[in-house]
Design a protein around this ligand. Structure first.
Ligand SMILES: *Cc1c(COP(=O)(O)O)cnc(C)c1O
Length: 399
């Protein structure tokens, strides 16, 4: 390694903030420029017939990767740690989920999927996987080592997500991984909430760690991308599946992800701290039945969070004491700083109502009042709580 150059995962000597700053960079391969150029490329030319026939050279075709691809893959591998054998880049978080799951199964197999998984993950299992002869059993996210009882001889994969991105149950990932590995099943995890900064999934027994890079890696609500980081056991099949399906990401999007990564180590602690402040403030409000945030001691999974995670992002939920729909709507509509829309992980705050009571099949979600998912962005915390006060005043006036 030369000056300010970075390799990939095999570079354990630096702290995370340093890895975020140097990951994937090779300035002197690019005339000294700090950032890796954005290679817009499909065709790659060879000087002679012999070179072409021998595919001589590091790169071959745009879809198979360029120096821009490599820069992002290496930067991501370096933050996953030395257990990472490879990173696949996909055009969305959902394709990261589908490519990872498809890489693990064949017809006749069975997968175990957490009941609080991101809803489109369920859709994939219930439609595409079913059609290709792969069956799914949903399990209670609190199952822990009890997952052993659900593992069948043909169970190839256990799909985890902790915490769930609406209801925030924490899973005992090391216990689940131990039980799964004892029976030859791979462990997948949707690690979008914590990112590898706050949960080192591959070190905790996960074989395929998935992120929607649309969220905190992009960080500015202007990018769609997904990533899957795999250990040595899972990487060959993931790589083959991604290549065979022809999945790839455009160069400008990769450049945006690289740019986002450089500031992730600043943004994520800010989301964490502001999120906890607003969550604690909400816990004191008489209108709120409960706050569901893994970093608060009141969360049933708080001990697991403390044991396995080193931080929290800005996403959590609250349940209001029962109010008519019109009061809930008045609350949400009165908020100036909290946008209402899908996704999260950008610099801006969001608040959306949700109801998953009909979606769950393995667990019974009965919140006891209207549930709202909140994303705390990078705005001033005082402004954010003042805005919520405005919402509660509107709620009181409408009930
Ligand atoms: C948003 C999200 C996804 C899907 O990511 P896209 O980039 O929107 O396809 C997957 N998992 C979780 C937990 C998410 O929040």
């Amino acid at each position: 390694m030369s000056k300010v150059e970075s390799g990939g995962a095999s570079e354990p000597e630096f702290q995370i903030d340093t890895k975020l700053a140097i990951g994937g960079r090779k300035p002197f391969a690019h005339h000294g420029y700090v950032n890796t150029p954005v290679y817009h490329a499909s065709t790659l030319l060879y000087p002679t017939a012999e070179d072409f026939l021998a595919r001589r050279g590091k790169y071959f075709y745009g879809r198979r990767g360029t120096p821009t691809t490599e820069a992002l893959e290496q930067a991501l591998a370096s933050i996953e740690g030395p257990a990472c054998a490879g990173v696949a880049l996909l055009p969305s978080g959902l394709t990261a989920i589908s490519a990872a799951l498809l890489s693990t199964v064949r017809a006749g197999d069975h997968v175990l999927v957490t009941d609080n998984a991101y809803a489109p993950t369920r859709k994939l299992c219930d439609t595409v996987l079913t059609r290709y002869g792969v069956s799914t059993t949903y399990y209670d996210p609190l199952i822990g080592s009890g997952i052993a009882d659900l593992i069948q001889p043909n169970t190839r994969a256990v799909f985890t997500e902790a915490p769930g991105s609406l209801t925030f149950e924490m899973q005992d990932i090391p216990a689940i991984a131990e039980a799964a590995h004892a029976r030859g099943a791979l462990v997948l995890m949707d690690n979008t909430w914590a990112t590898p900064l706050y949960f080192r999934a591959l070190d905790k027994g996960v074989d395929l760690s998935i992120q929607s890079a649309t969220k905190y890696i992009g960080g500015h609500s202007d990018l769609m991308m997904g990533t899957v980081s795999a250990n040595a056991k899972a990487w060959p099949q993931l790589k083959e599946m991604t290549y065979t399906l022809g999945l790839c990401v455009g160069p400008d999007d990769m450049n945006m992800a690289l740019r986002g990564l450089r500031t992730l180590g600043l943004r994520l602690p800010h989301h964490h701290q502001s999120g906890v402040k607003v969550a604690r403030w909400l816990e004191q409000r008489p209108e709120v039945l409960r706050v569901i945030h893994p970093a608060l001691p009141s969360h049933p999974g708080h001990d697991i969070w403390k044991r396995d995670f080193t931080g929290a992002c800005g996403l959590f939920a609250i349940v209001l004491k029962p109010v008519p729909d019109k009061a809930l709507h008045a609350f949400l509509d009165a908020l100036k700083l909290y946008g209402m829309g899908a996704s999260w992980g950008g610099y801006e705050s969001l608040a959306i109502p949700f109801d998953v009571s009909k979606l769950r099949t393995a667990t019974n979600w009965q919140p006891g009042g209207p549930a709202i998912r909140i994303h705390i962005g990078l705005e001033d915390v005082g402004d954010l709580t003042t805005d919520l006060e405005r919402g509660f005043a509107a709620l009181a006036a409408a009930r």
